[in-house]
Design a protein around this ligand. Structure first.
Ligand code: S0N
Length: 273
């Protein structure tokens, strides 16, 4: 494995947040519980995602877990209580759903670099990411109906877009574990590599993506999301269309005419077929 000089962007309690040549890496850093998330973990990741969105020198976000055992084992069962996962103030939360929304909304690709178990809510996390690159030792599966939870949102319906309805139902109803190869064959993993090549391969994918047009990538992500995300997906797609319109001279003409107290000369702009 190539050694890279990742620099820390910001210190957090539950995650590492690092940067290298346009790539932001968010690492769930709770190896003692196989990188299970608690409310604080999700707050940390949400803050990091905000920074990724704002920083124009970040082109791709990589999500992973510390060590070679687990990407993420889902919700931390030690803090699961009545109404959700209990935070330090005693408030039950399911704020992992805010993280799902942040990944969907992120106008840049988010890649799951799966280095071990992606189980339960950890499996959902990789499902929600735009791409999944897995190591050969990775294992995939849902546990909800076995341990008293379920995700009837992206974790099941978006999963079904990857693997089909029958397989999605199998994954949830039986709660089996699947190898990385099986997950790749099902269509929910993009590629599988030896563990020692995982980061190299992921960085190569990131670099290739970053050579592509960021606006084109953004619009493709928006369009693919919109099919499943209803009015919200359409809103984000439309928002980006408006942003592009604002970049055009035609939109500037409307604003300039208003400020100059004259009629706009929209007729001079082409009406393409
Ligand atoms: C990952 C598994 C299969 C690994 O098994 P293995 O190799 O036998 O290791 P273990 O000895 O079991 O584990 C090693 C140590 O790690 C601790 N640990 C593992 N997972 C968790 C966890 N999730 N919470 C707390 N601790 C965990 C073990 O206890 C052990 O520690 P020590 O050594 O001290 O004993 C296996 O560990 C496993 O099956 N883990 C549990 C997986 C699971 O059921 N996760 C929770 C599933 N539920 C959710 O994720 C909640 C979903 C949710 O919140 C949600 C709700 C609505 C909508 C969306 C979501 C969403 O999450 O997306």
């Amino acid at each position: 494995m190539t050694t890279r000089n990742w620099t820390t962007i910001k210190e957090y309690e539950d995650i590492k947040f690092e940067f290298f040549e346009g790539i932001a890496k968010i690492t769930i850093n709770r190896p003692e519980v196989y990188n299970a998330f608690r409310p604080q973990t999700n707050f940390d990741m949400l803050d990091a995602m905000d920074i990724c969105r704002e920083r124009s020198d970040i082109g791709v976000i990589v999500l992973t877990g510390t060590g070679d055992k687990a990407f993420c084992s889902g919700g931390d069962q030690n803090v699961k209580g009545v109404g959700g996962y209990i935070d330090e103030h005693g408030v039950p939360r399911l704020n992992v759903l805010d993280l799902h929304k942040a990944i969907r909304s992120m106008p840049k690709p988010v890649i799951a670099m799966v280095n071990g178990y992606a189980i339960g809510g950890g499996h959902v996390l990789h499902v929600v990411c735009d791409l999944t690159i897995a190591s050969e030792n990775a294992k995939f599966g849902q546990t909800g109906p076995k341990v008293g939870s379920f995700d009837a949102g992206f974790g099941s319906n978006y999963l079904a877009r990857h693997v089909g309805q029958k397989k999605a139902r199998e994954i949830w109803f039986l709660c089996k574990q699947y190898t990385a190869k099986e997950a790749e064959d099902m269509g929910m993993v993009n590629t599988v590599v030896p563990l020692e090549r995982l980061e190299d391969e992921t960085v190569e994918w990131c670099k290739t993506i970053m050579m592509r047009s960021p606006m084109a990538i953004r619009m493709i992500k928006r369009g693919l999301n919109a099919e499943l995300d209803g009015q919200r997906g359409l809103m984000e797609f439309a928002g980006d269309a408006t942003m592009m319109y604002y970049l055009m001279e035609e939109a500037q003409e409307g604003k300039n005419a208003f400020l100059e107290k004259r009629d706009p000369e929209f007729q001079k702009f082409p009406k393409f077929p």
